[in-house]
Design a protein around this ligand. Structure first.
Ligand code: FMN
Length: 217
């Protein structure tokens, strides 16, 4: 293995402080959005967002993810129909009473109009092993790696001035069938991406305080 110099600008403590505060403030306005506008977004923007996510760290740099970008109207419709079928089962049969109670404040239901309205759906797949090697080689810390990449994806979407929803129709295996993905890929998240509807509303929720989620030793 050869090494290269790290490219990193050393900046003043003042600037580090300023940057961290500014970014915190920017992220405070990130929300999960369930009402989208049909306004178009250039494909290049979506590609840049996905390229950002694909820079994420991963176990042994295996990069165990695939990002399927769907803009085709027919495929979006197919995904919506399949998702609504699963969600209908979820809301009517599969979800526990406690789960449904926890979801009440979001006023969500089996209807997923955003899957057709948003100009793009990004379907993230986790790749548990590499089929291109013989024998297939295992990936490490797959859930952790793909989770981090999705965090970067959501952050990049927000930074670009767009909105998304972390959507997990349950179960999601229909996505592998519709998008014709190989057997080593498993659907992880489904994210509609675009501009919010003009009248988009979000539930009033709160985030835990710093001392509830962190402790300094
Ligand atoms: C792993 C995960 C799965 C989620 N699945 C859904 C979903 O299927 N449908 C939905 O409407 N929201 C879903 N959400 C969104 C959460 O409800 C939302 O992130 C949470 O209420 C906090 O709101 P905020 O993102 O606006 O801060 C999901 C979020 C995460 C992280």
């Amino acid at each position: 293995m050869t090494f290269t110099e790290l490219k990193h600008d050393i900046i003043s403590e003042e600037d580090v402080m300023f940057n961290s505060r500014r970014f915190l403030d920017e992220m405070k306005s990130r929300r999960s959005v369930r009402h989208f506008s049909e306004r178009s977004v250039p494909l290049e923007v979506i590609k840049n967002i996905v390229k950002t996510a694909a820079l994420a760290p991963s176990g042994a740099n295996k990069q165990p993810w695939k990002f399927m970008i769907v803009q085709d109207t027919e495929i979006k419709r197919e995904i919506r129909i399949a998702a609504e079928k699963e969600e209908k089962e979820f809301y009517r049969k599969r979800a526990s009473t406690a789960w449904l109670k926890d979801l009440e404040i979001f006023e969500t239901n089996e209807y997923k109009e955003f899957l057709e309205k948003a100009p793009y759906l990004i379907v993230v797949f986790k790749v548990s092993y590499d089929l291109e090697t013989n024998p297939p080689s295992k990936h490490y810390y797959v859930n952790e790696s793909v989770g981090i990449a999705c965090g970067m994806l959501i952050t990049a979407i927000h930074k670009a001035g767009l909105v998304t929803l972390t959507h997990t129709p349950s179960p999601m295996k229909f996505l592998r069938e519709i998008l014709n993905r190989p057997k080593n890929e498993k659907p992880f998240l489904l994210l509609p991406v675009g501009h919010p509807a003009e009248d988009a509303k979000v539930p009033i929720i709160s985030k835990k305080r710093f001392d509830e989620v962190a402790k300094v030793f």
